[in-house]
Ligand binder design. Sequence first.
Ligand code: ARG
Length: 471
Amino acid sequence: TYHRILSEKDNYGASKMGEGKTICLDYSSINIAKPFHIGHLSTTVLGGALYRIFNYLGYKVVGINHLGDYGTQFGKLISAYKRWGDKETIEKGGIRALNELYVKFHQEAEEHPEYDDEARAYFKKIEQGDEECQALFHWFKDLTLKDVQKIYDMLDIHFDSYAGESFYSDKMQPVVDELREKNLLVESRGAQVVDLEAYNMPPCIILKSDGSSLYATRDMAAATYRKNTYDFYKCLYVVAYQQNLHFKQFFKVLEMMGKDWAKDLVHVAYGMVSLEEGTMSTRKGNVVFLEDVINKCIEKAYKIIDEKNPNLENKEAVAEAIGVGAIVFYYLTNNRIKDINFSLEEALSFEGNTGPYVQYTYARACSVLSRAGEVVDAPVQITTEEEAALVKTLCRFGERVCSAIADYEPSYITRFILDVAAAFNRFYHNCTILGADDPAVRASRVKLTEATKIVLGNAFDLICLSKTEKV
Ligand code: ARG
């Protein structure tokens, strides 16, 4: 029965199975000075959910935003800023202004190839610790992080580390040395590579012909650093499937180096997101800024709520919870590997299998409870099929949380929520709760409603979906 739910409350479904184990969770991992677009949201919400689910099962989770903050593009930005930028515009415009500078650089560099040389020189200066270049680079970084923080706040997502690619600048040499010592490096057209033909993969490039490092080199240094620092049980990378080969390659190279922990590295891949035609107008440079999508969703949610329930208090806050929740839920509905075509209309519908629908169901349970008053202390009685089905569904929570972890699939929680919502709504429509004649039956049904509220609330928390007491 559901007694355990009522007594364990917030802890119902939690466990200590992960005690003593650390999970490194590389997610969101944005690129500095680049727009946060609709595709980046997948890693952010998937990672945010995995973070909470692992935590719930007693694991220690280290959330890492592996910032893309390394490469000649930062030299380009400095060059562009010095030529066309001004402080105030950038301060005000944040990522958008930086992105405009970047786009302009590319347009102009077509006619002025010497700009590219200049950019390379600036990047070198950043690396060598030149004061002015370092200061500009850090400023771009701070501006970007301040901008995305708004999104992280809305989603209620946190990181324990922002060690990005540049953090590993001085940690790659030992990796290169070790590869050389183990005779794994071969020269190929001037570059230093690890041959992976035996594994049916193209070679993994470690150093370019000019001696500079690559994305894979930095990832190998990062994995090594994480193992040494956190002694992880698993290190997860929530990254799009476009990068499948990259992960397979550097995991394999670490294995060839004899790192037995290479088997604990997991690429948690996800599908592509496209935006339904006409949902948003694209700006210059064809990027859709996530912030615009979220704001549009909140606006639409506000309209819907205003029509449904004009006298609701805190309409703004509820609209934010529903608008953001609609997006989060939509992203987490299907298995992560599936491509999705994001539709605002669909995400916001109160009728489909959506965030608004489940949030509304939660509010419905809250409303029953607030009207119930004190109930008599009577034993649980299950007299109808609907009640039995609801109890059975609720009690599956713990098992669902465990499978979500085993397959790295927050969508299991989302679908569990939909199952609970459906079972509760059937119970709500077919069984009289507050109007039940027999006080013992009434009490039992109120308690079942409370159990539903608890389980839904716990599940919402796991996928970063806000709980709305009133809609
Ligand atoms: N910044 C990269 C991108 O946007 C993702 C980084 C993922 N993490 C990693 N350790 N490679 O494509």
